[in-house]
Design a protein around this ligand. Structure first.
Ligand SMILES: *Cc1c(COP(=O)(O)O)cnc(C)c1O
Length: 333
């Protein structure tokens, strides 16, 4: 699902939302200011989707030093109506700042809007590709399982919405890395948000997934129903590397670290199920995680032309501490 302009599945949601918002806001006298927190891929997809949109400015907040060089270049080299804000902190700090800004009465005048996966404008188009994938399956269609590399749980929620709309999915596999708050929650019923830790699949490094509230709402807060529909398992960086190697050696396919976690979780789930059809959502192009995948012997990833172009451009960002007041002051001035 990584064939869009920024090579991540987030292009689907981000581009639909950008075009829709631009259309709906056309003719408004007030500019819209979009705030988006990113752990890597959201920022570039959203920024690229909104680039040069009329009447819309985008502020992308990202954790300094915690995203790959390619991801950073994709965010910080666009210019025009896109401002990259480099926060000295974690992704969760960025998300906290954004959430606080939305409820701050002093910022009402800025006409703020969100572009994280808390925005339904991104989730709804994401539901569509579940139908498309299902359509491509060969009969017999029993036990259809989608494995979703998960962080903020937006992609998973979009799948659950597709199921609610009638798509015959038997199980969703929520694949997580060491940031396993959701996995632990399903096992124990206890929600323990915590700071995210850095992993090879860094777009899934989320310690307090925003869409969990939405998932619980979809199923009336009934945890046993949620557990019937979703299986979740977490995997380490070492296991991720082994999976990349295995997929490469067996299938001659270079899977990126996020897809690799999805592969591991699907394999784990299918161990116990017969006649199932498993689909892994491969969420990023391996070139975006070249350093990781090339740890495997004989793997060599070609960087696509559109990615090469932004690597040559100069980075431009505004650097701020993780203190909310600093960000607020920056936005108001
Ligand atoms: C964002 C992202 C994810 C996680 O998706 P969520 O909707 O946040 O759960 C997985 N893989 C990649 C490559 C991503 O960019």
């Amino acid at each position: 699902m990584f064939h869009g302009p920024t090579l991540a599945f987030k292009d689907f949601g981000a581009r639909f939302m950008a075009r829709t918002m631009e259309h709906l806001a056309a003719g408004d006298s007030k500019e819209i200011n979009i705030l988006v927190a990113t752990s890597g891929d959201t920022g570039s997809a959203v920024a690229n989707g909104f680039l040069n949109a009329d009447g819309i400015n985008v502020f992308v907040l990202y954790p300094s030093g915690k995203i790959s060089e390619i991801q950073e270049k994709q965010i910080t080299t666009l210019g025009s109506n896109i401002t990259a804000v480099e926060i000295e902190g974690t992704f969760d700090d960025c998300q906290k700042i954004v959430k606080q800004a939305f409820v701050d009465p002093d910022l009402k005048i800025k006409n703020l809007s969100s572009a994280n996966s808390i925005n339904l404008g991104r989730l709804l188009p994401q539901s569509i590709y579940y139908f498309e994938a299902y359509k491509q399956l060969q009969a017999p269609l029993s036990n259809v399982v989608f494995s979703v590399p998960s962080g903020n749980l937006g992609n998973l929620t979009a799948g659950l919405i597709a199921k609610k709309m009638g798509l015959k999915v038997d199980k969703f596999v929520a694949a997580t890395n060491a940031n396993d708050v959701f996995t632990t929650f399903l096992d124990s019923g206890e929600l323990k948000p915590r700071s995210s830790v850095r992993t090879y699949s860094n777009a899934m490094d989320v310690g307090d997934p925003s869409n969990l509230a939405r998932i619980l709402h979809l199923f009336n807060h009934n945890l046993s129903v949620v557990n019937d529909i979703i299986f979740s398992k977490s995997f380490s960086d070492d296991q991720t590397l082994q999976a990349i190697e295995k997929v490469f050696n067996k299938l001659n396919y270079i899977i990126d670290p996020h897809g690799a976690v999805g592969y591991l979780a699907l394999k784990n789930y299918l161990n116990e199920i017969e006649n199932a059809k498993g689909i892994i959502l491969e969420t990023a192009h391996p070139a975006k995680f070249k350093d990781v995948v090339e740890k495997i012997k004989y793997i060599n990833v070609e960087i696509p032309e559109r990615l090469k172009k932004c690597l040559d451009k100069e980075k431009f960002s505004v650097r701020l501490s993780n203190n909310y007041e600093n960000f607020k002051e920056f936005l108001l001035t």
